[in-house]
Ligand binder design. Sequence first.
Ligand SMILES: [Zn+2]
Length: 411
Amino acid sequence: MKLPFCLQTFIYIIFFVMLSCSVEDDNSSSNDVQTTEPEDVQNNSSNSDNSNDNSSSQNNNSQSTIEFNSNLTCNTPMYSDMPDPNSEENNYKYFSYLWQTEEGKSKICLNSYTGVPEEAITLINEALFDASNRLGQLLPINITAYYNGISDLDLVMNNWKALKMTPEGFDPSDFTAAAGVDFSNIHNGGQGEISQGIWEYSEGVSKKIIYHEYFHIHQNSHTFYFEDTNNFGWNENRITDKSTSDYIPLVGPVWLEEGGADFAAVTFYSENNLLDYNSFFTELLDQAREVITDAKTREDIVRLEDYNTGDNIRRFESSENPTGTSRKFAYQYSAGAIAHLYILKTGRATLDNMIIDYYKNLAELEREHYGEGYKYSFESSFGISIQEFYLEFDEFMLKSRDEQLTILELN
Ligand SMILES: [Zn+2]
């Protein structure tokens, strides 16, 4: 069927958005978040060869050899090495960081390199601040913005690797969009990276992607944070033991992590008139329906739970699929976002329950229920147990498109 040009363009954009997310997700699984700060953007863009020269240091009580970046200098590690925990109990290590001040935890550094235009810096900063104001912020963030093909990638990588405390750089591309928080470098805050393909979309689509990335920082920072004691902590075994094939990350299933980020971003920018709510969610519904319809021709029954882990997704979306044929891509994004909309429209949870409360409760519930914090948080914030929800949502996805649009209030 020949589609009108505008619709083709729209689909193309959506598809590209998803591609960019996939790139990001590969990075984010092993990486953390990066932050930006408007005043420093200029400094950093013209001074991205900054070193640790400006950072003064002070002794961390727990470990005198580790230096703290007490000026909170952008694009510079907050700590010269991973600090020792302040306390340990029941396999948990707990940390209080010296940047846990009003200034430190709201710090956003946009570290931009040669080739990144002024308009892009403005746009990225606006989106980061939109997200920070709406969702809150627990830790300093460094975001790397580079123009692939123009920026000095050696410089980009060297600064990035120092923040991440890793010898490995990331794979640069024209469409990089990635962010996250990782326990191994959370003492440096959250980190992320963006390249030109992202800010060259329309304003609404560009900001949606950046908001989506910020959302990953929001989600993952809360998996380590205890509101009552205002400290961070984790059981390292839970994070590093990936021996079971059904390993679910602390944050919850992949469809919830990715779908939640898209749901929050589309909702925010349609409330602020940069995106059209009905078109975006209808398009996501149609993409999810297409995955199901296509798979059905091979008697491959699509379930939301198939999209709970990266390994499962790779299996269903490759020739390792039990039918021998890959499913169409990215149900974790499309159906993941629609699953959130479905919960909202069936009245089980409010927007804030899903985009704030679920994440706030994760660390505490995980500490009480090893390996299952996300299940408990899901039930208390989404108003239904996750297993019941899987059954109900899979059934919903088999209804007629008209029925679905009515339930989702998109018609
Ligand atoms: Zn993502």
